[in-house]
Every structure is written in C-alpha cells, then in structure tokens.
Write a protein that binds this ligand. Structure first.
Ligand SMILES: [Fe+2]
Length: 292
C-alpha cells in the first residue's frame, strides 16, 4: 500500500517481515500491546506464533482521507512507484530497535516526542511526562514515526479520577492497553453515549463530538490514540478558543460527577477528584518536583 500503516497488537504473538523496495528485509517479533509501523510501499508478511490463541491486530491508516480526493484503489495498491527504503534512519540506525526521544524546538505540551518504528509494550511503557490542562493529574507519551505523517499519543491517568471533556476533528481512534472504566461521547446539545471499556476496547469519537474518559477501576488506565495525519486533525488539541472545545470541571453538567461517583460506589471505590477541581477552573494537580 502506498500509505503508512500502524499496527497495535490486541492479542497474540508473532513475527512480521518487512521488505524494502530495495529488497532488504527486517524481521521483528511482536507481542500483546506492541505498536509498530508498516512503511508505505514496503511489503509485509505476518506470522502468528502463539499456538493456543489467534493474533488480533488493529491496523490504522489514513486511506479514507487519501481516497477522498483520489478514489482509485489501484493508485494505492498497485502503483509501480516504490519510493525510498525506510527500515533504517538517515544515520544508518535501525528504526525497529529502541525508540529515541526528541526534544521539539517549539517546546509546549508536546515538547518531548518518542520517535521510532517499534514500541514493544505500550502497557509497560513508562517514559511519560505530565499532561497538564486536561485534568486528572494525567501523564502522556507523544509518539512519532520517522518520515511519516502518522502519530500517536498515549494517556495514563490515575484510578478513581476522570479527564475533562474535549472535542476535535475526525479520524482519532482509541484503544485501551489497560484499565477499566468508561467514556462519554456526545455531539453539542445531543445525548450522551456511554462506552464501557476494558483492555483492548476500541472506540472512535466522531467529528466534533465531545468525549470524556473516566477511570472507574482500581489501577491506572491507559488509552492509546491514533491520530489523523499531521495537519488534518481539524481543530485538535491546539485549539485557539479552549473554552469552546474543552469543558472545565466547574462548567460540566452535574450529572457527570454524580454518575462517576455512583459507578465507583458500585465497585466499592471512592472518587479521588478533589473538591477544588470543581470550584476552580484553573485548578491543576500537583506533579512531583522532578517533573516539568
Ligand atoms: Fe480527543
């Protein structure tokens, strides 16, 4: 295929062999919770190696976006053009070995980005930074792939807390590497859809629908988001008028808090949301001193 594709492993273990346009092949082993990239114009071959259960793989690409102006499948699947080999970086480094951290010049919330083609275990990934502004004292990792417009972020937030509602453009897919909870999604002025989730659940917030994530379990929850190619997110996180695209806790419908407390109650748990967060729209969780 003429487009990059990302793969997340929901279940199983196996091997993928990727062959570049020049005929070089790189084989790597994946397991449950692995995340990796299939570079455009490369051939890939998958083998499932766990005898007792099938592999379940989630593939993400931007084909719907690419075929909108160019609705000819042959162009994406049968083109002669092969492009460049992308198994090794410009400096000769193996892009399927450990990801590297890159500091972005612009700074800001996404200042540290992890760049590579293979992330062995998103459930265990611990190189995370504070994610201020979206509430719940959450942490995040920003993920990029060399020479690709695709990207991810994974958010990690504590048990018995919930994030602020927000909205943006289409094309974001969320998969849960670990955790128990639920999300609400709703169009402005419309009815809330309740989405209970657990490990390997998948859901997609529709274009401009608000969505809000609740950790109703006893452990930290993780959600891994796949994003539209850079530049096509449409009013994403970099909103100019935050007030229109994010609902601060004091401004949210009371039923949000009540339902959350009720859901925790059913599990014998109590909310860790501080009262102050419901009074002060600028409230921020305390992060450890060594965290920026
Ligand atoms: Fe979102």
């Amino acid at each position: 295929m003429a487009l990059d594709e990302l793969v997340y492993v929901a279940q199983g273990r196996g091997l993928t062999a990727i062959t570049s346009p020049e005929g070089a092949t790189r084989t790597f082993e994946w397991q449950k919770h692995s995340l990796f990239m299939l570079p455009r114009n490369h051939e890939s071959r998958f083998s499932s190696t766990q005898g007792d259960q099938p592999a379940r793989l989630l593939h993400y690409n931007s084909l719907p976006l690419a075929t909108a102006p160019l609705p000819d499948p042959e162009f994406f699947f049968s083109a002669e053009y092969r492009g460049e080999a992308r198994l090794v970086g410009q400096d000769g480094s193996d892009l399927y070995s450990e990801a590297k951290v890159v500091e972005s010049a612009g700074g800001g919330a996404q200042r540290l980005q992890w760049v590579g083609n293979f992330f062995p275990d998103m459930r265990a990934w611990d190189r995370i930074i504070p994610y201020k502004g979206r509430g719940a004292g959450g942490h995040v990792v920003w993920i990029r792939y060399p020479d690709s417009p695709l990207w991810n972020h994974m958010s990690i937030f504590p048990s018995k807390t919930y994030k602020k509602a927000h909205r943006h453009g289409p094309g974001t897919l969320i998969v849960i590497p670990t955790g128990e909870g639920y999300s609400y999604m709703w169009p402005e002025g419309g009815e809330r859809v309740h989405i209970p989730w657990h490990e390997a659940s998948v859901f997609v917030p529709p274009d401009r629908w608000f969505h809000q994530h609740f950790n109703a379990g006893g452990d930290p929850a993780r959600y891994l988001a796949f994003h539209s190619p850079r530049g096509f997110e449409g009013n994403t996180e970099r909103v100019i008028d935050v007030a229109r695209d994010q609902i601060e806790y004091p401004a949210e419908d009371r039923i949000i808090r009540e339902t959350f407390e009720h859901e925790l109650d059913k599990r014998g748990l109590r909310s860790l949301m501080p009262d102050e967060a419901y009074r002060d729209p600028t409230y921020e969780w305390a992060y450890a001193d060594d965290e920026a």
